[in-house]
Design a protein around this ligand. Sequence first.
Ligand code: ATP
Ligand code: MG
Length: 272
Amino acid sequence: MPDSYSGRGNKDRSIARPGGATLEAGDNRLARPVHTSDAFLVGDGMTGGYGRGADILHGCTIAVQKGQIAVIVGPNGAGKSTAMKAVFGMLSLREGSVRLDGQDITQLSPQDRVAQGMAFVPQTSNIFTSMTVEENLEMGAFLRRDDIRPTMEQVYELFPILRDKRRQPAGELSGGQRQQVAVGRALMTQPKVLMLDEPTAGVSPIVMDELFDRIIEVARAGITILMVEQNARQALDIADTGYVLVQGANAYTGTGEELLADPEVRRTFLGG
Ligand SMILES: Nc1ncnc2c1ncn2[C@@H]1O[C@H](COP(=O)(O)OP(=O)(O)OP(=O)(O)O)[C@@H](O)[C@H]1O
Ligand SMILES: [Mg+2]
């Protein structure tokens, strides 16, 4: 039984749903089939690439259950960011589909997916550096017509440093603080699903730990999380489901705990 979030002070099992196994039992772990029918968000059998270029994704499947955390890890160039962009509608798939809460959204534009409750923090250029912190948060809410102040207040409660720095250009913030702005901006849309591509890139281990704790907090609030992480060990430690991608295809799938315990995954991807 997975024991997600243990050791991170999160004892709330209502969000972790450890019983909600996403995997079919008894199969070979390599490219083990992912059970997708009841997933909240799923990129199912995604095949495609950029423009007219060669396929980058080869039948890649990524699924996450409501309120859970799914983590994608894998070597550089494996197609992790491409898989995220495919789920968010930034490249057109030759095969496969994307479903959100039972609806097929494969044909929707990224902006329409935002309207459906998806938020995406890309790996690079995820804030407006010349705008203030508060302006960045306001930009995140550009589709909303209702009062955004309560959400902004929630973001400042999640990331108190951003309240202190709200009048400062975001470009003057530290790496970890910028990532907080990027996550906060995404939360301003009041998403059902938050997609994060390497949210802890370039930050210290302490800042990474803090960010992961905030991400757990977001999941506990019921927001489904799909994230790519370079810090594989720490990310799998908080993952309900983990995916190892290699060359655009699923190589290993399991609970975070299973992948951390798998000798092959440890040897090949986690440095022993
Ligand atoms: N905009 C693009 N146009 C064409 N090819 C691209 C584009 N972005 C990425 N690629 C190619 O797609 C492949 C997968 O790249 P991707 O960025 O998805 O990998 P990644 O797993 O996210 O790597 P990293 O760990 O370095 O972030 C690579 O061969 C890359 O060169
Ligand atoms: Mg990437």
